[in-house]
Design a binder for this molecule. Sequence first.
Ligand SMILES: Cc1cc2nc3c(=O)[nH]c(=O)nc-3n(C[C@H](O)[C@H](O)[C@H](O)COP(=O)(O)OP(=O)(O)OC[C@H]3O[C@@H](n4cnc5c(N)ncnc54)[C@H](O)[C@@H]3O)c2cc1C
Length: 436
Amino acid sequence: MRYVIIGAGVAGLSAVEAIRSVDTAGEIVMISDDPFGYYSRPGLAYYLTGELPDKALFPRTKEHYQNLNFNFLKARVTRILRSDHAVLVDGKSKLSYDKLLIAVGARAMPLEVSGASLDGVVKLDHLTDARHIMSLARRGKTAVVVGGGITALELTEGLLARGMKVHYLLRGDRYWSNVLDKHESHVVEDRLKEEGVILHHKAELKEITGKRGRVSQVTLQDGSIIKCEMVAYAVGISPCLELIHESHLAKDRGILVNEQLQTTDPDIYAAGDVAQVYDPLTGKSVLDSLWNPAREQGRVAGWNMAGRRAAYLKSAPFNVTRLAGLTTTIIGVVGRGKDDDLIGIARGDSETWRELPEAIIAQSGFDVNHMRLMVGEKTLVGAIVMGDQTLSWPLQKMIAGRADISSIRDRIMQPDAPLADLIAQFWMTWRTEVAL
Ligand SMILES: Cc1cc2nc3c(=O)[nH]c(=O)nc-3n(C[C@H](O)[C@H](O)[C@H](O)COP(=O)(O)OP(=O)(O)OC[C@H]3O[C@@H](n4cnc5c(N)ncnc54)[C@H](O)[C@@H]3O)c2cc1C
């Protein structure tokens, strides 16, 4: 039996680990075109700020790889030849498979303005990008950051930490308005301003111009000009689908897979950022684009490839990140939903955060504590927790487990309700009932 895994990201590596846990004899070949193989991509942001050293990005030891007993091919798969049960490597050699996993991830979408190919226009997608940014960043020089989500903020913080003056261009009138509410956006923006970031609202990039091939300034749609040496962008990601264009596997925005992570070809699986999985919460097939789901999908795909039947049950998305230095957990549905029956409740800083029942470890020392809950008819469907993270894990469990909150719903909805207390008390009872 030969298993071929395309991609050395977290989905690809988890699949190798899962296959080996079932099949100790089969041949495994992993192919990746990233010269650094497997590393922590979320760690890149902290690498850029200087908080993580190079070594910390590579959490697996040599022994771990040796024990997995697989062959690693540093190459690019250029085609999937389904009728031959083979992949084409670097456009020339064929490698046959019995089971194939496509775990090629997603990539940063390009910046589509004039001047985007100038030296000094950068993105943060791979380790190579982080190193490139670090080689160009100069203390006292100026960068312009473009993009509305987490990665743009990570770029902003990374460049600030490297001593650059940063202009941050926001398309709308506030930061990340499709996920954060007004208060949350302003918390983040205020912190950025305190750190010295110059924010430009309703600002759209028109063109980048350069001197001798290097960035020298940007022009905005309103005609204003910002002199700069760097333009860093993060304007979205898209799954790498080019490999399957000629393969006739079913796709939508990503490769469509069933619960076993199987594509429309039973010998080909897909996992991670490239896969579009069924979401029981919404009844739709969705892209996750997150580290933990990619790892879990890789694992489930690997088991199925090796013959152990397993299903990927998508749980509520859960992302712990840092927004302008503020630890923030985003769980489930928090953005502007279309459902009118979803009510968002937000509470600001509260002392009750530190007066929780014994079994929950209270944390302190955060200058901003904020929690917002998205309340459905009987369940919580999403939450944002900023600052003190005491309740983020309980909330994730309650949202993923669809805890029936009818008994506290009315009290939660009261203005000035002690939200954290109510949630903490409910959690203590619920966790016993469901034996967590
Ligand atoms: C800067 C940054 C910060 C992030 N922060 C967070 C975070 O805080 N929390 C979170 O949950 N997620 C975060 N993510 C997202 C997370 O890293 C991804 O969801 C996860 O890495 C996806 O894993 P994957 O294995 O599907 O794909 P990838 O990690 O993209 O791996 C894909 C692999 O496929 C290889 N490949 C692609 N095409 C080919 C080909 N044709 N031939 C051979 N090899 C190929 C690539 O070289 C790579 O090795 C972040 C991502 C970035 C870039």
